[in-house]
Design a protein around this ligand. Structure first.
Ligand code: ZN
Length: 443
């Protein structure tokens, strides 16, 4: 995952006034959204924390802490490069089976699914997930090194620890004998990172066997002692190939030139006004092409990155950008001779992560906020690019919750995750508390 700068919010009064942290380092603060935690939400959280079974589950989280660490090492050391998650998926599916999940399978996208059936006839299904892929190419050493309260290895935190935290939660539910009214589907997803483009979670929502039943979605990804992710930064990336007849720079002078059209397309992009709140950005990022210095090029290409925390702003920007590209091509074809052929443009989407945000008045944010408050923490809300983006874009309540209290240097070979017991167990407890409330326990 990647997460934007956090912004603190929330006050304890009769209600919690909260504003989602959709701001970034430079963006202005969004208007406040209010009233997320009602006395009913607090009552459910209080009932769960007072429940002896929940207390037994928390005790188990502490008791099996060393197993959590051992599992992190085991899973981290099974390489899972982009598009090559299979080896890890097979081991993970076995762990789901050992924990007694039912209907355990690897779906057509490569996601590992395991169901923890609810006690009643609730139609609701809560998805809890973590991603199996890492950003590291094949051949990267993934051996884990332990130093004090830290484990070091590429991918050790992101998201091996998320996968293992999931196992830890299932085990605690089992040991404590907790049955939830709603079904909980546990998932190890593929393709969260980079060009994976969220393909695992997309499949889950668009084609997967549970796609019509998903009531809420959790991604366990990232680390924090004090908050969770409620907004998804969307991105759209294009590779444009402009082509034309080409020709001699001197002899064929006057023919249309694809580089001229490309340049105009960049100028048109850079004249599009975008809001700073919700933060919306664009970048003409990579350019290449041409034949030789004394030729009118046949082909040139350009890569463009556009982002927004708002789905509608991102869509508006994309439309304006595409219009500008077409206008640039038309202008070039009008400005010079097309006797040998016209300028054409191929527009290829090379990245598409939907933006979205979860309604601040949704149960999932209210319960999780109440859970943090029960531990004396006023949560911080952040936005990022995670598996939750897909759920958020579909209007399904979703948040990304931490796998651990501490960690850093994700996506680098110096990555580490904190394994200090008190902090790590508290995070797993908060995750469990939120999930149980959403799955209808003690409601
Ligand atoms: Zn991640």
């Amino acid at each position: 995952m990647s997460v934007n700068k956090k912004r603190r919010s929330g006050m304890r009064t009769a209600f919690i006034a909260m504003s989602l942290g959709l701001a970034t380092a430079t963006a202005a603060v969004r208007a406040q959204d209010t009233v997320a935690v009602s006395p009913q939400h607090e009552m459910v959280i209080n009932a769960i924390t007072a429940d002896p079974k929940f207390q037994a589950a928390v005790a188990e989280l502490g008791r099996e802490h060393d197993q959590w660490i051992a599992n992190i090492i085991e899973l981290t050391e099974i390489p899972a490069p982009p598009f090559k998650e299979t080896a890890r998926a097979e081991v993970y599916a076995d762990k789901f089976r050992e924990l007694g999940l039912t209907n355990v399978k690897i779906d057509s996208a490569g996601n590992v699914l395991g169901l923890r059936e609810g006690s009643g006839d609730s139609e609701r299904l809560i998805v809890v997930s973590a991603h199996m892929d890492t950003v590291f190419p094949e051949g990267t050493s993934v051996e884990v090194r332990r130093e004090g309260d830290r484990l070091y290895a590429p991918g050790v935190g992101d998201d091996s620890t998320g996968l293992v935290t999931q196992l830890s939660l299932i085990n605690a539910l089992n040991v404590a004998g907790i049955a939830t009214p709603d079904d909980i589907l546990f998932v190890g997803t593929v393709g969260e990172e980079g060009l994976g483009d969220l393909r695992g979670v997309r499949y889950l929502f668009n084609e997967g066997e549970y796609k019509d039943r998903i009531s809420a979605f959790y991604s366990i990804d990232g680390q924090s002692e004090s908050g969770f992710t409620t907004g998804g930064v969307g991105s759209k990336r294009y590779r444009l190939t402009f082509s034309g007849p080409g020709g001699h720079s001197f002899g064929a002078f006057g023919l249309v030139n694809p580089l001229s059209a490309l340049s105009q397309a960049v100028m048109n992009l850079y004249s599009i006004p975008v809001p700073s709140t919700p933060k919306t950005t664009y970048s003409a990022s990579v350019v290449s092409g041409g034949t030789s210095v004394n030729s009118i090029p046949r082909d040139v290409w350009l890569e463009v990155d556009m982002r927004s925390v708002s789905a509608s702003e991102l869509a508006k920007l994309e439309q304006a950008f595409l219009k500008g590209v077409d206008a640039a091509v038309a202008a070039e074809n009008a400005a010079r001779s097309t006797a040998e052929g016209e300028i054409m443009v191929e527009k290829k989407v090379v990245g598409d992560r939907p933006a979205g945000e979860t309604d601040p008045n949704s149960d999932i944010i209210a319960f999780t906020t109440a859970a943090y408050m029960s531990e004396g923490i006023t949560p911080e809300y952040s936005s990022g690019s995670t598996d939750s983006n897909v759920a958020m874009s579909l209007g399904i309540p979703a948040i990304t919750i931490p796998r651990a209290a501490e960690g850093d240097r994700a996506h680098s070979v110096d990555e580490w995750v904190g394994i200090e017991k008190t902090g790590a167990v508290k995070i797993r407890k908060l995750d469990l508390l939120s999930i149980l409330a959403m799955a209808g326990y003690q409601r």
